[in-house]
Unconditional design. Structure first.
Ligand code: NAP
Length: 300
């Protein structure tokens, strides 16, 4: 239980509703900043503004999946007001105050480090990334169906990166009957792709592998679909870039070549906010209970 623990949820989208419900059930004291337009009230949680929160009372701070931008502003689906996490505000929180965020950003890392606060990156955890890959795959299939006029079955599909998301994507498209070819830089992942029954190639040879690509799904957060590679890809190809912003595609050149290329951040929150929220809520429960138990043991 999280009785008497003051947790502030700073902005976010529909996924945070699952987190709020979970933390209320665990008896936390919750302050919700950036939820003034949410058409729902919670028994056991207060909708407040940033100015109304006393930072020195805060035990934990939960940010949206995207963290903050470079000015400290957080995404707020349920508010038109700007919500900002400033260094001055953070400095007033107690030393034990931990920040939880989907990913970190240079701004967040900087202010946390300067003030000796820990940032827990939920999406760096393998379990969260793998669970999250499930709605990501469903969203990817939805996007591919919407943006192409061919079936996935028998389509030539290239998946770039066989990490936690790429693995699930490759497996799902293979199961749907696509001809899947995986590009990765790591021999271990090449071997894994072969074991899964899909074709594989080293990323350095990407330019030689794209001439028959009908669908290309990128999960590598680095520039891989360069102008050199795109120049060898059919103009009728469809690229869906799942990697975190700015993605791994030269979108300017893709447009010039007439290749339809889209970047689709936050698919889990878009296609399955409830499931995606439960994934975050479950891990938040685990982390917060563990942390407060440790603190109680240290105090006794
Ligand atoms: P991951 O497990 O770390 O996989 C990333 C893959 O990219 C690995 O195969 C990795 O290879 C490769 N890679 C990374 N940097 C590279 C580089 N410079 N050159 C070549 N290969 C490189 O990450 P993940 O959890 O699968 O997530 C992948 C991306 O998708 C992330 O950007 C994540 O934020 C994003 N994502 C987006 C959505 C969405 O809704 N759009 C949903 C989930 C995740 P190595 O193993 O060799 O490093």
């Amino acid at each position: 239980m999280l009785t008497n623990r003051h947790i502030v949820i700073l902005g976010g989208d529909a996924r945070q509703i699952e987190v709020i419900d979970k933390l209320i059930a665990l008896d936390a004291r919750l302050s919700l900043v950036g939820f003034d337009q949410l058409d729902r009230n919670f028994n056991g949680a207060m909708k407040v503004t940033m100015d109304e929160v006393q930072p020195r009372t805060v035990d934990s701070l939960i940010l949206p999946v995207s963290g903050t931008d470079e000015e400290g502003t957080v995404e707020t689906t349920f508010s038109n007001q700007q919500v900002k996490l400033t260094e001055e505000w953070l400095a007033e929180t107690p030393d034990h105050c931990t920040i939880y965020s989907g990913i970190s950003t240079p701004y967040l890392d900087h202010i946390a480090q300067k003030n000796g606060r820990e940032v827990v990156k939920l999406f760096a955890r393998d379990d969260v990334a793998i669970y999250n890959s499930i709605p990501t795959v469903e969203g990817t299939i939805m996007m591919v169906i919407q943006h192409t006029d061919i079936t996935i079955h028998h389509a030539n599909v290239i998946v770039l990166g066989l990490g936690r998301t790429g693995m699930s994507v490759a497996r799902a498209f293979h199961a749907l009957g696509a001809h899947v070819k995986v590009g990765d830089r790591n021999p271990r992942q090449i071997a894994r792709a072969i074991e899964m029954g899909v074709d594989a190639f080293y990323l350095k040879n990407l330019g030689d592998e794209v001439d028959d690509a009908e669908i290309c799904i990128n999960t590598i957060p680095a520039m891989v679909l360069t102008s050199r590679v795109l120049s060898k890809m059919p103009a009728s190809s469809f690229i869906i870039d799942l990697a975190s912003l700015p993605g791994g595609t030269d979108f300017r050149f893709a447009k010039k070549r007439g290749i339809k290329a889209i970047i689709t951040p936050g698919l889990p929150g878009l296609v399955a906010p409830k499931t995606a929220g439960k994934i975050i809520a479950n891990v938040m429960q685990e982390l917060l209970e563990e942390k407060f138990k440790e603190e109680e043991e240290d105090e006794s």
